[in-house]
Design a protein around this ligand. Sequence first.
Ligand code: FEO
Length: 397
Amino acid sequence: MAFKINNNVTWVGKTDWELRKFHGEELSTFRGSSYNSYLVRDEKIALIDTVWAPFAEEFIEKLEKEIDLNKIDYVIANHAEMDHSGALPALMNKIPEKPVYCTQNGIRSLKGHYHKDWNFVPVKTGDKISLGNKELVFVEARMLHWPDSMFCYLTGDNILFSNDAFGQHFASELMFNDLIDEHELYEEAIKYYANILTPFGNFVEQKINEVLALKLTVNMICPSHGIIWRDNPLQIVNKYMEWAKGYQENQITIAYDTMWNGTRQIAETIAEGIKSSDKEITVKLYNSARHDVNTIITEIFKSKAVLIGSPTINKGILNSTAAILEFIKGLSFKNKKAAAFGSFGWSGESVKIITEELTKAGMEIIDEGIRIQWHPDPEGLAKIFQYGQEIAVKIKD
Ligand code: FEO
């Protein structure tokens, strides 16, 4: 249901309570999500972003209750990805002549998705449109997180519409950060950053510095997913700056898969070794075949070091290990140390393969890893325990 953010801006998006997977099956969304669309009323009226296509009909129906669509003067597409542009075809069917403001890359992408030649108006950083008393100022936000992404800033009300940046997959009827449990909100915000924005850390830093240099007053940050930041809105900007700079907590994450529990035993014994050597450090263990991969990725994002384990199978590694390594490679983590471990029966290639993949992912390899044939015996367990202790020391160094 639409609700007023202030006297001029109304949220007209869609809360997706049921969403549990996003980007196909790539990203878990345990708390659902929302596709935030905003109607800005002044002498002229602008609509910022739409919603995902399955909700297009519902979106138009509700929007028509809020406003006569012909009274919309400007359609703003901050980002062409389909979760925000999905209802554009339905909207533009109703108001085909209205101008659609987006970046040049936005035009390419929207044409690629929908094959329509709408009345596109390309904009660059600093371009603005007057709404009467207020203006909408555009800021290109290339690679936050697509080449077409942009923000817009509403003068007078001092609202930054940041699209995906500063968003979270979080469905709530409360919608404002001061009304939401802070721990839950940040759990979703960091998961969103870790799984989507990690590869673009340099762009995040650069863009935030650029926006801060404009010395704009920001009373509210309205992202395109989840909760609106109205209480101390710059807190999430400062968090992004922290996250963008090779973020780490005092933590090691161990992710393994196992066939007959040999590699699980290695994982658990390494963890015990680490803990015996460093009482302060947090060690988190996950079976990558049984745990949500995006949660593991978030924990890796928070860690100083990651240890990845798999037994050898068919001269290779288990599927879930391969999947997590592929994810890690794509995200280009900064400032992480890494090592591999695994059990084997015959040929024993897994540790070498994992180490190679971690190297390709840009991680600093701690050592050659640890491999154990068959199940570890007491002597093997002692060796693994000692390996864990050594890892703790190397991480501290
Ligand atoms: Fe929420 Fe990049 O779309």
